[in-house]
Design a binder for this molecule. Structure first.
Ligand code: 9D3
Length: 253
């Protein structure tokens, strides 16, 4: 997979891709990440990338010309309808559809080329979303200063899904996220730390009881932190019984 990130702050990404799975995937030749300074596609003396909004209002808007020129040079296409196969152009913007594990998986499976456009200022000329980008994506309901942190998140989420980027043991864990409840708590040695004890059942080595405890605690974590997930999660009758128990326990706690 080749990533092309178009940004006015290429230096922002200086070391962020030099760690962990993303670094390994690049070293293994599975991934290439190319950074591009949007100003390279300007032609005026001041290398202008933004301008005042039509209709008035605060802030500045990224101009379409440098962005279209950049994507055209990188892909050969100046319109999303003319893009080569397996090429997606992602505009990162607060108005995008949410980045989910399902979208990351779709991008990892269907593209070998991802051009990522990072917005800045108050926004990006809408013709980029209308005619150039295949996808307009947000990473969540909070305000960032620009698309650059979102690009890091997108690259990370997609790269770890590429075949060969990580071991098969971990890919089973993805499916449990897809299955819609949060992971259970994890502990390691020491069994007691500053008076805080690891739950006895985990130390016991009783596999069936450990599995039951993990499921219950995964449900408890989800109930506390992401109750919205429980409305869509596929829950067994046993899960529903455990949730009743959890409700009673949390009431008294
Ligand atoms: C006043 C309206 N704001 C839109 C909600 C203006 C605005 C805020 C922040 C315009 C651009 C930005 C910069 N953010 C991004 O480019 C961005 C983003 C984000 O802010 N949150 C979550 N995902 C993303 S992806 C790109």
């Amino acid at each position: 997979m080749r990533f092309d990130i178009i940004t006015i702050f290429p230096g922002f990404f200086a070391s962020v891709f030099e760690y962990g799975i993303v670094k390994r995937a690049q070293a293994a030749g599975l991934v290439e990440i190319h950074l591009h300074d949007l100003r390279r596609w300007t032609s005026d003396r001041h290398r202008t990338v933004d301008d005042r909004p039509f209709g008035g209002g605060d802030g500045m808007v990224l101009k379409p010309e440098p962005i279209f020129a950049a994507v055209e040079e990188l892909t050969g296409a100046g319109r999303r309808t003319d893009l080569p196969a397996r090429t997606r152009v992602v505009l990162l913007s607060p108005q995008g559809k949410p980045l989910t594990q399902a979208l990351a998986a779709e991008l990892a499976a269907s593209a070998n080329r991802l051009v990522v456009i990072c917005g800045r200022y108050e926004g990006v000329d809408e013709r980029v979303a209308e005619a150039l980008a295949t996808d307009e994506v947000s990473i969540g309901d909070y305000v960032l200063s620009g698309g650059e942190p979102a690009a890091v998140v997108l690259v990370d989420a997609v790269v770890r899904l590429l075949p060969g980027a990580l071991g098969s043991a971990t890919s089973a864990a993805h499916e449990s996220f897809a299955a819609g409840v949060l992971d259970c708590p994890h502990y390691t040695r020491p069994a007691e730390f500053r008076g805080l004890r690891v739950p006895e059942v985990l130390v016991s080595g009783h596999h069936a009881r450990v599995a039951a405890w993990r499921r219950k605690e995964a449900l408890r974590k989800t109930w506390r932190n992401r109750p919205d997930l429980l409305e869509r999660a596929p829950l067994s009758d046993e899960d529903r019984r455990l949730l009743e128990e959890i409700r009673r326990e949390e009431q008294s706690a």
